[in-house]
Structure formats: C-alpha cells, structure tokens
Design a protein around this ligand. Structure first.
Ligand code: FES
Ligand code: FES
Length: 79
C-alpha cells in the first residue's frame, strides 16, 4: 500500500445528490479532486465509494488522512 499524498490541507465541499454514488480519491493524485480520475492505478491504490443518502453539502477530505474517509474528520488541522 502506497502512502497517500496530501491534495490540500482542507476539505472540499461538494453538493451531493440523494442516491448518487461518488468515488473519492484516496491516493491524493487525482487532478479532479476530491474525486478519482484513475491516477491511482500507477500506485496500487483504490478510490472509496460514497453513496449520498440525501441532497446535502458533503465535506470530502482533501488531506487524505481522515479516519472517517471519505469525509473530513478534522485530521487536517494537525498536518
Ligand atoms: Fe486517487 Fe483514484 S485517483 S484514488
Ligand atoms: Fe482531511 Fe479534513 S481534509 S481530515
């Protein structure tokens, strides 16, 4: 398992739609943050699927260190 890289030291807010699945970039290498663009294939990692339960603003982890991935848990504050 390769170590993820920090895409940014803050979460990304995104309006999610009920019932839709999003693929969060776990490796930090996507050019389409916070979502996967396939760049993980070079480093042997994989995205994490997130299915929205309702229309809402989701805060996706940008630092890739969250213990509650794909959502931010505040871990970026200690980086
Ligand atoms: Fe990072 Fe797919 S590009 S997990
Ligand atoms: Fe990663 Fe907040 S952005 S824990």
């Amino acid at each position: 398992m390769t170590t993820p890289i920090v895409a940014q030291k803050a979460p990304y807010s995104h309006e999610v739609a009920a019932g839709k699945t999003y693929y969060w970039c776990a490796c930090g290498r996507s050019a389409n943050q916070p979502f996967c663009d396939g760049s993980h294939k070079a480093v042997g990692m994989a995205p994490i699927a997130y299915k929205a339960e309702k229309d809402a603003t989701a805060w996706f982890c940008g630092c890739k260190q969250s213990k509650n991935a794909p959502l931010c848990d505040g871990s970026h504050r200690s980086l």
